[in-house]
Design a binder for this molecule. Structure first.
Ligand SMILES: NC(=O)C1=CN([C@@H]2O[C@H](COP(=O)(O)OP(=O)(O)OC[C@H]3O[C@@H](n4cnc5c(N)ncnc54)[C@H](OP(=O)(O)O)[C@@H]3O)[C@@H](O)[C@H]2O)[C@@H](O)CC1
Ligand SMILES: Nc1ncnc2c1ncn2[C@@H]1O[C@H](COP(=O)(O)OP(=O)(O)O)[C@@H](O)[C@H]1O
Length: 289
């Protein structure tokens, strides 16, 4: 049985990249984003907004044209020209069962370039094809689908209810089965690595259970991954471990932003993104003291 490490503010404070005098937008890190669709353009807006508010050198949004228009309307600083990136965020607001050919090409480009990948929602079926280090961000139903596709060794894939009964255990099993870092979303978010390490984050209120909340988390994690190129360039094991620390930090930041946005009342997903910069600022201050 692996030991669970509760991820706290002092842990998260170690995983915020702070720019210095020599920094420029490229040295800080560029996040490539392929998210959103005609059906779910909002997910692309939420993810890019969250990444921008978490802090990153540049965001290249390289998804479909309808979500691209919405992203640019909200965030004119996002670049839609292709180019080099330090990490990818893919899949939020996409539907794998009705994937247009254009999106298939865009996703293939992302998963084949060897840079770290955050794989969410409608790109989870591609996890086995990725060439770079991967962190996946499923909720319970999505993890059940991922495990079923990968083929559980005893032939009995879990249902979402089975996963809800033992989320930490299933996050670990899935990580081992797939060879990727797993961030399993829920009231407590579980982060597992193939080496069997297990982090848990309980940071946000149940008001976070609202549409688009997970799309915001994807953007936070994408920004954190893109800004830690050096920490993600060790051995495969070190890289998956660093991805787990970044994933736990993203869940902590997301939870704390939800706490601030809620203040005991309801929240909309964009409200969570609106609190991210303040949460990161407080973490930087905590890390410096
Ligand atoms: N603003 C945006 O752009 C947003 C975009 N989003 C994007 O949407 C995509 C799909 O993500 P998801 O998590 O909703 O999909 P998924 O796990 O397949 O769940 C479907 C399951 O739910 C169930 N179900 C449905 N209605 C139900 C009901 N009333 N009451 C109870 N159950 C109900 C349904 O069950 P069924 O109806 O089949 O019985 C089925 O099992 C994804 O790409 C995500 O990023 C979201 O983040 C939201 C904001
Ligand atoms: N009961 C809860 N308490 C705290 N956080 C929750 C709760 N339920 C869900 N969350 C958080 O809200 C987010 C929901 O993500 P997700 O299920 O992907 O929603 P969506 O697809 O609508 O964006 C995750 O970050 C999850 O950890």
């Amino acid at each position: 049985m692996s030991e669970v490490r509760q991820w706290e503010e002092r842990d998260a404070a170690q995983w915020i990249a702070v720019p210095d005098e020599r920094s420029d937008k490229y040295t800080r890190g560029v996040l490539g984003v392929v998210t959103g669709s005609d059906l779910y353009p909002g997910a692309a807006v939420l993810g890019t907004e969250a990444a921008a508010r978490t802090g990153v050198g540049m965001i290249r949004y390289l998804g479909a044209s309808r979500p691209a228009e919405e992203v640019l309307r909200r965030r004119p600083e996002v670049v839609t020209a292709p180019g080099r990136v330090q990490a990818w965020l893919i899949g939020s607001g996409m539907d794998a069962s009705s994937r247009p050919e254009d999106d298939a090409v865009r996703l293939r480009h992302a998963i084949e370039d060897g840079t770290p990948l955050v794989i969410d929602a409608g790109a989870l079926d591609l996890v086995g094809d990725a060439t770079g280090p991967v962190v996946i961000t499923p909720h319970y139903r999505e993890l059940a689908g991922v495990i079923a596709r990968a083929g559980e060794d005893d032939g009995q894939a879990p249902s979402a209810a089975d996963i809800a009964d033992d989320p930490g255990g299933w996050a670990l099993r899935a990580s081992h089965l797939l060879g990727v870092t797993v961030l399993l979303k829920g009231h407590t978010t579980h982060i597992a690595t193939p080496a069997g390490t297990h982090r848990a984050v309980t940071a946000g209120p149940p008001w976070l259970a609202t549409a688009g909340s997970g799309d915001v988390l994807g953007g936070v994690l994408g920004a954190l991954v893109a800004t830690h190129e050096q920490e993600l360039s060790g051995t495969r094991e070190e890289t998956l471990e660093a991805l787990a620390a970044l994933a736990a930090t993203a869940a902590w930041v997301h939870g704390r932003a939800g706490e601030r946005a809620s203040a005991g009342g309801p929240i909309a997903a964009l409200d969570i993104a609106g609190e991210l910069a303040a949460v990161v600022r407080d973490l930087v201050t905590a890390g410096a003291s």
